[in-house]
Design a protein around this ligand. Sequence first.
Ligand code: SF4
Length: 473
Amino acid sequence: MAASPKPASFFESSEAGAADRELQRKLENASTRHLDHFAHVKAEYSDYEEERSQSRRIKEHAIAHLDELIVELTGKLKARGCAVFAAATVEEARDYIVNVARNTGSRRVVKGKSMTTEEIGLNPALENAGMEVLETDLGEYIVQLRQEPPSHIITPAIHLSKEDIGALFHEKFGIPYTSEPERLTAEARARLREGFLSADLGVTGVNFAIAETGTLVVIENEGNGRMSSTMPEVFIAVMGIEKVIPRLADVSHFLEVLARTATGQKLTTYTNFIGGPRREGEVDGPREMHVVILDNGRSTMLADPVMREALYCIRCGACLNVCPVYRHIGGHAYRSPYPGPIGSIVSPNLVGSAAGHLPFASTLCGACKDICPVKIDIPRILLHLRWKESARRDLPKWPAPAARARAGARQFARLARHPSAIRLLGKLGAIALKPFARDGWIKRMPPPFSNWTGIRDFPRPRPRRRKIGADED
Ligand code: SF4
C-alpha cells in the first residue's frame, strides 16, 4: 500500500481532501472521540481553568526570559554529562545528528514520536547516510510503513481506520487480515521489541526542558519514548528553543492540562524525567547523551510581538480536533509537519514561504482559541500573518476560484461603504430570490450564486430591517 504521490500545491491537496468523504468520516469519528473524552475529564476537574491560566503565565514568563533560561538549561545539561548543540537551522541540526550517528558507529536508530525531527527531515537524512530508522510510536510506525508523513501532531495515523491498518499489515507482513486493534497492536509490538533490542541509537523529542535542574520531560502513552531513550547506548533528544520552562514545580501544571486537552486523559501513561547519561555505577541508561536545541525561525517569531505568542504552544493537538477546516481537508493537505490552526501560524516561519497560504485556511471561528490549554489567540495571529502575506510584493498566484472570491470580497468591501446601496440591493435581492426560498433557506441559485449554494445553504434575505432579538417571523 504505497502512499499516493504528493499533490502539487496546498490548493490541490485541500481540494482533494475536501472531496474525500471517507477521510472526513474518519476525522470526524476520531476528533469527536477526543473531544468527548476531553469534555468528560475537564468537567471532573474543578481547577482546570485555573491550571490553564497558570500554564499560560508560566509560558509568558519563559518566553520573555528565553535567552537566560537557555543558558541556564545548557549549563545544567552539560553538568549532567550531556553534549549540547544549538542548531540555528534544520541543516545544522540534521548534520549534527548524522555525524553523531556516524561517529558512534550506529547502524540502527529507534525514534520516539517527535514533530521537531519531522520538521528537520531527520529520517531521510539518516537513511541517506546508510542507517535503518524505525519509528516506535504505533501511529508513527503505521505511517512510516505507508511511506507518508503524520497527519496530526498527536495522532499521526488519524486519517486511517482499523480496516486500513489491517490491510496494511496483511500486505507488509503477510499475516492473515484482521481489523481487531488488540491483534494489530500485538503484531506491531513484537516487531518493535526486536527493533529496540538491536538499536544503537535512540532519538526522541522533548515536551518540556527544565532550566532549574537540566531535566528533560518526555510524556507518552506507549513506553516507546522510555525505551528509545534508555535502551540504545547513544541517545539524542531534539527540542525547539521554546520547550524550556523555568522550574521543576512548573511541570505539574502542564501535565494537568496537556493530557486532558491532547487525549482526554487525566495523565499520560508515561512521564519520563531524563537526567543525563548513565553514571558511574548505574546499570542502565545510555552511555552517551546529546541534546539538540533548534531555532529554525523561532527567534524571528520571538522578535515579533504578535507572533511570539505562538511559542507558548505545548503541541497538544486540540486545536486541530476542533478546527472545521482541518476536519474537512485532513492534515496532509497542509503540506507541513504542523497542520491545523497551530500549523497555519507556525509553518510560515518554520517551513518558509511555501506555507504562506496557510493563514488563509481558516474560518476564524475561534474554536482553537477557546480550547487551547495556554490560551493562544490563534485568530489574532492568523489575521496578523494574513496582513503580512498580503503586504508582500511577490504575492502568490491564487487559483481561479479563490482569485474570483477575493475579487468579489474586494467589490463587496467597496459597496459596503454605502449603506443606502446595501439596503436597496437587500430589498431587490429579497424580491428576486423569493422564488428560490424554502422554509427560510435558499438551497439552489442560478450562476454565479450557484458557487455558494453548491456547497452551503443561504438564508433567505428579508425585505424589512429587523431589530436584533426580534422574534422570527
Ligand atoms: S495552539 Fe494551543 S491547542 Fe493548538 S496545539 Fe498548541 S497548545 Fe494545543
